[in-house]
Design a protein around this ligand. Structure first.
Ligand code: SF4
Ligand code: SF4
Length: 477
């Protein structure tokens, strides 16, 4: 796959922080995601091409969203255009395109809202524009250069969440048959194969058996990677990438449950914690989420635990709203694997030799969805402190609630927009470089796929891996 050739400005970071660039209007306009395929749109019950009368249908969809989500209307109405968010988006810092400033991104939707819903403002200086081909093209480009990370919302004095505006714009575009290939293909794969990567059930089982052999070779123990086991205590829904690419993380889960003597399983029906419906539209988000509860009921488990995935956790915490009460499961619910493990570490459930991780200086990247949307801030850090002697934080304004996105969340992990991904990932890379860390731990499969590319691109010599990987190394079985 090739990306359009674009030269973003060279910037010299200071103490791990990138300076704010001069604006280059439209510099990233040519970097658009590939459009959706008919077969995927059909599989996820969306129009297979741009619908006739699309302007009116889009306006009707906007009206529906304004009625359903009061927050959307408030965000569109109250923005003071103060600019406090302007330099807070990693995609503006990396690209210098002013349409990647959160306020300008939101204005792309706001001007359409004003045109149809606040006609008076057309005569009082407020920018308003009818929905036309050019506006739709701008929406498609720039609402898919936003990773829905919510960093901007942390800095807005009014709490305006531009991610919600992006989500509304994507929902409107999906309703008229406009979406990206990557996001729609992933959702279609979940319905067909149960997971984002499209791993068929037999291949999932094979991979689990292979990992069991690896664990036997490493530990001499018969550590199981169970699949579809009815009556297990725990259904683990991790990102499917853990079965395929981040296998150290998946083997760590196996060791953890083995050591605790807890029966667990994965499900070939719902072997995915990630939920790309979040990046497309509400109906698909609900449907993907429901599969997890269906699998829990089918397998008669006592508890569902979500694995190391940021946006899976963002969807998981809304499970009661999306898919009905989880009260058929043991409380508390939902549970993230880092919460589960950190709690057990505190209770002394493990014998740990921290020196096993002395070969690395560890830093921690807060995945935006886990940190800002899911309040998962302390538990991964508690795990790292309990398993490593050498831990260093990145600069204060780049971690916790202020964390930078890896540059590929929100459905942007696709090769045709590689320059956007590398530019958006640069603030994180520079913050990491400033620590001298040799291992960057993060509990998110998208970050684990994106950040090694970012580190390589920006020549930062840091390996990227999971948080449970560190426990796996230090745990004495
Ligand atoms: S949600 Fe994140 S990616 Fe989107 S505009 Fe805000 S800071 Fe940028
Ligand atoms: S900080 Fe908030 S009020 Fe100010 S421009 Fe950004 S979104 Fe609008």
């Amino acid at each position: 796959m090739t990306s359009a050739k674009v030269e973003f400005p060279e910037l010299a970071p200071k103490n791990g922080i990138l300076p704010v660039p001069e604006m280059n209007e439209g510099i990233s306009a040519a970097l658009t995601c590939h459009p959706c395929k008919v077969k995927d749109m059909r599989a996820i019950a969306l129009p297979t091409e741009r619908v006739p009368d699309w302007q009116n249908k889009a306006v009707e969809k906007l009206r529906e969203l304004l009625t359903k989500y009061r927050s959307l209307q408030v965000y569109l109405d109250i923005c003071a255009q103060c600019g406090a968010c302007a330099d807070k988006c990693q995609f503006y810092l990396g690209t210098s395109d002013p349409n990647n400033m959160p306020v300008a991104r939101a204005n792309l939707l706001r001007k359409v809202y004003r045109y149809y819903f606040k006609p008076f403002e057309r005569f009082t200086g407020g920018e308003a524009e009818a929905f036309n081909d050019q506006v739709l093209q701008e929406w498609y480009t720039y609402f898919y250069q936003c990773s829905e990370c919510r960093r901007c919302a942390v800095f807005c004095p009014y709490g305006i969440d531009t991610a919600e505006i992006t989500m509304a714009a994507r929902e409107i575009m999906a309703a008229i048959g406009v979406a990206t290939k990557y996001v729609t293909e992933v959702v279609a794969k979940v319905y067909e194969r149960g997971n984002n990567l499209g791993i068929p059930g037999p291949a999932w089982i094979d991979n689990c058996q292979f990992l069991e052999e690896e664990l036997k070779a490493e530990t001499g123990r018969d550590i199981r990677m169970p699949v579809d086991e009815e009556g297990a205590d725990v259904l683990l829904v991790m990102p499917s990438a853990d079965n395929f690419a981040n296998t150290d993380t998946m083997m760590a889960y196996g060791k953890l449950f083995y050591h605790l003597g807890i029966s667990w399983t994965t499900s070939t029906y719902a072997n995915e914690g990630g939920n790309f419906g979040l990046f497309l539209n509400y109906r698909n988000m609900k449907k993907v989420n429901k599969r997890i509860l269906d699998a829990a009921r089918q397998l008669k488990v006592k508890r569902v635990i979500w694995g190391e995935c940021g946006h899976a956790w963002r969807a998981a915490i809304h499970t009661d709203t999306l898919s009905g009460p989880m009260d058929f499961l043991d409380p508390p619910h939902p549970v993230h694997i880092c919460q589960f493990t950190a709690d057990l570490i505190k209770r002394g459930a493990f014998k740990i030799d921290k020196s096993a991780n002395d070969d690395v200086l560890v830093t921690y990247h807060d995945p935006c969805n886990a940190a800002r949307a899911g309040s998962l801030l302390e538990e991964p850090r508690e795990m790292i402190r309990a398993t490593c002697n050498k831990f260093i934080e990145m600069p204060r304004d780049t971690i916790r609630e202020k964390t930078f996105c890896c540059g590929a969340g929100g459905g942007l992990l696709t090769d045709e927009i590689m320059p956007i991904r590398m530019a958006g990932g640069r603030p994180r890379a520079e913050a990491c470089r400033s620590t001298g860390a040799t291992y960057l731990a993060t509990p998110c499969a998208i970050c684990k796929a994106q950040l090694p590319e970012v580190m390589k691109h920006w020549k930062v010599d840091t390996r990227v891996g999971g948080v449970h990987d560190l426990l796996s190394k230090a745990m004495i079985l």
